[in-house]
Design a binder for this molecule. Sequence first.
Ligand SMILES: Nc1nc2c(ncn2[C@@H]2O[C@H](COP(=O)(O)OP(=O)(O)O[C@H]3O[C@H](CO)[C@@H](O)[C@H](O)[C@@H]3O)[C@@H](O)[C@H]2O)c(=O)[nH]1
Length: 420
Amino acid sequence: MLKAVILIGGPQKGTRFRPLSFEVPKPLFPVAGVPMIQHHIEACAQVPGMQEILLIGFYQPDEALTRFLEAAQQEFHLPVRYLQEFAPLGTGGGLYHFRDQILAGGPEAFFVLNADVCSDFPLSAMLDAHRHQPHPFLLLGTTANRTQSLNYGCIVENPQTHEVLHYVEKPSTFVSDVINCGIYLFSPEALKPLGDVFQRNQQDGQLEDSSGLWRGAGTIRLEQDVFSALAGQGQIYVYLTEGIWSQIKSAGSALYASRLYLGQYQLTHPERLAKHTPGGPRIRGNVYIHPTAKVAPSAVLGPNVSIGEGVTVGEGVRLRESIVLHGATLQEHTCVLHSIVGWGSTVGRWARVEGTPNDPNPNDPRAHMDSESLFKDGKLLPAITILGCRVRIPAEVLILNSIVLPHKELSRSFTNQIIL
Ligand SMILES: Nc1nc2c(ncn2[C@@H]2O[C@H](COP(=O)(O)OP(=O)(O)O[C@H]3O[C@H](CO)[C@@H](O)[C@H](O)[C@@H]3O)[C@@H](O)[C@H]2O)c(=O)[nH]1
């Protein structure tokens, strides 16, 4: 019997995801037409023997989360429960705090997945590796280029045995090009070292982080407190993947992840991809259209377009590399490229909403999305355009490389601006 835990964080997290995380908790933001963590749940539900999926975070349970859990349980015929931390407990504290719930029923092992990653989740392959040679911790690893590796947990492995010999979380200088994907398979014994860290922290009281922040004694950082501490002791192993993988930290990376998942749908969910039908809109490449959306036949969509519930797309609209969220309206002949159009927003006729993609270098197979900061040298960097919820864009204007906060009613064109 197996279980899975998804670490969903909480409201103070996901700051790079604003203004989109104002409206829905980041783990529920739709990527390729379904909530971000539905991809995780689908992958877990496919592993034979999966008994229960637990979401651990510090969000107050709200209507959206409750509805999502109910729908997921029905669809996957599995208990999917939310366990709320009383305070942010870090990536390991919640696992230890809720250990009784995780171990209830005696699972052979449990997966732990960061919510903010996009992957093809090679969970069955990890399970096979674990069953072949059981160890307390199995980490999924992938490669990154030298510069970008510094943004992740870096793993030095024994190439023959795949034992993790050395682990450094977000090092300041190059350590290894093998990085931690935030996808793990733990055996029940893995909770013992977490308990040791917990006991030590209780004795030491409040601790100061390397960043100078105080963290409560219940906090456990899986990466520094456990992986770094136990590396080289025959307890942690890495399973390397060449499959798709990306972090989802910002809106730009959500758009990139959407492209990766839409590509995956060719194999996993061909029914979710829109097809060109006589009298329907022109479809180019991978496009998701929610069944309730109304799309005019002369619109041209794709590649990498995802259209949410109740969206209206008018005649002559051109949409490419974009996500249009629930209830938005694109009036006739608008052009939306490399953008996210927020819930209930309206883009007026002949308006152009355009962003600049920040995708990984296609000539570097080890490249990932840059952990985009919005500014460099005091200047706003060109990035995808984001319209927050219920924004109104008038007819015949250009909105380029801009972030428009919710409920704004614009009256003219804007370029390279954050519109507050
Ligand atoms: N329940 C809970 N979840 C948390 C907490 N803090 C973070 N998380 C969740 O844990 C995951 C990791 O979050 P971060 O702490 O922001 O770490 P990171 O910068 O994403 O880096 C981690 O993931 C990388 C891969 O994406 C790894 O490379 C890196 O080593 C590390 O594990 C996210 O899904 C986040 O929601 C917490 O206090 N409680």
